[in-house]
Write a protein of this length. Structure first.
Length: 43
């Protein structure tokens, strides 16, 4: 599955301070999304 260059779906997540952070609010800015895979799982 090639996802490089594809647009991310609209979503919101809770940040480290408990505040909602939405991708839509970052439109026009450079965003790096890092996903950490759960410990001791394949992949």
């Amino acid at each position: 599955m090639d996802i490089i260059g594809k647009k991310a779906p609209v979503f919101c997540l809770e940040d480290q301070y408990g505040k909602e952070a939405c991708l839509e609010d970052m439109r026009g800015k450079r965003v790096v999304l890092f996903v950490y895979v759960k410990d001791s799982t394949p992949g």
